[in-house]
Unconditional design. Structure first.
Length: 371
């Protein structure tokens, strides 16, 4: 990749934690009995976009400052970030089932596929997704499949292809993924699994990669893309329209593409907005302490919330009780996980960002929050 700028530090962006809080809130509410009015799927799409943006921004930052990318350190950081909370939560949820708090029945092979990041292809391999543990691990599978390949592609591009050209390739890849969804809808009797397959959802991550590569507000200085308030408002309207349209073919094909384009504008709006602008006001609201705290816990909240809601449902049929008690239990579990597991492993990740370890220490603040 042939950069034109070389930033010396990466700022901490609390508004991104606020976005995480909103995304996980959408997912939680949709699973707490409000799925008919709350778009939980949009929350997952936001997570995908944010992940693509952060990971690619960090890869660019490392390349700008070191001239390359340490794949070893990249994958170790992913392991330290993803694996400990995931597998401890998996054990915890298994304990809930053993204690009779989750009804099941669960299929051991399906659960193993979930744990091995293959759960989003259970039905393709003849399994029954309804016998999976109540853990939304399909989205983690999509991300891990993507990040097995993308850093390799990025590394091959360093010094050979400009960031803008790589962004164009990512956009073309988005269209390829859209074609996979269209083909599935045209050829399959039931195309609902396009929602969870890697090859039909990777574009939601790729759109985030595009923003990281083309006029990135954090890396490209004055050339960074900074839309105005009216553009951001129009993007919000576009997302609202994608939620209102109920045509199933649209929902399984173009919806994610259009949402990805709208999120491109919205994220660019709040990353480094002009002082006093409407986008700056939005970034300030997203940086509220309660949102940033929930954002810090969002990974574990996402992992455990469905199991907590299901466990509470065994004692009460009220969606209100399930939501309130489930939220309290989920937050308590996530706070413990953050303190006892995520923070210690974050310190290990920061060691990988130390000088001489393959990435400059100045990127540690943003790296600590990347998922």
């Amino acid at each position: 990749m042939s950069p034109t700028t070389s930033p010396t530090s990466m700022p901490h962006l609390p508004q991104l934690d606020g976005i995480r809080a909103l995304a996980v809130g959408l997912v939680f509410l949709s699973h707490a009995g409000l799925g008919h009015i709350v778009p939980g799927g949009l929350g997952v799409t936001i997570f995908f976009f944010l992940s693509g943006y952060l990971i690619t921004t960090l890869l660019r930052f490392e390349a700008l400052n070191t001239g390359g990318v340490s794949l070893r350190n990249f994958y170790l950081r992913r392991v330290f970030r993803i694996f400990p909370p995931l597998y401890l939560t998996l054990l915890f949820v298994g304990g809930l089932y053993a204690a009779g708090l989750l009804k099941g029945p669960y299929d051991g092979v399906v659960v193993l596929m979930q744990a091995a990041f293959a759960g989003n292809y259970v039905t393709v391999l003849g399994g029954d997704i309804m016998r999976a543990l109540p853990l939304p691990l399909w989205s983690l599978a999509v991300e891990e499949h993507f990040y097995l390949l993308f850093p390799l592609v990025f590394l091959m591009a360093v010094g050979r292809v400009s960031a803008a050209r790589l962004a164009l390739y990512c956009l073309i890849a988005c269209l390829v993924v859209l074609s996979f969804r269209v083909a599935a809808v045209l050829t399959l009797a039931d195309a609902s699994d396009t929602y969870i397959w890697t090859h039909t959802r990777a574009d939601s991550i790729l759109f985030g990669c595009c923003l990281a590569l083309w006029r990135n507000p954090l890396l490209d200085g004055a050339a960074g893309y900074r839309p105005g308030g009216w553009q951001a408002l129009a993007a919000l309207g576009v997302i609202a329209a994608t939620l209102v349209v109920r045509d199933e073919t649209f929902r399984q094909t173009l919806r994610y593409t259009i949402q990805g384009g709208a999120l491109f504008v919205l994220f660019a709006c709040i990353l480094q907005p002009a002082r006093g602008s409407a986008c700056a006001g939005a970034a300030r609201l997203l940086s509220a302490p309660v949102l940033t705290r929930i954002g810090l816990y969002s990974y574990t909240i996402y992992l455990v919330h469905a199991a907590m809601i299901e466990a509470v449902a065994g004692f009460s049929g009220s969606h209100l009780v399930q939501g309130v008690v489930g939220a309290a239990l989920t937050l308590a579990f996530a706070a413990l996980m953050h303190r006892l597991v995520e923070r210690p492993f974050a310190r290990l990740r920061r060691r990988l960002d130390a000088p001489g370890a393959g990435a400059p220490v100045r990127g540690a603040a943003l790296a600590a929050s990347a998922r």
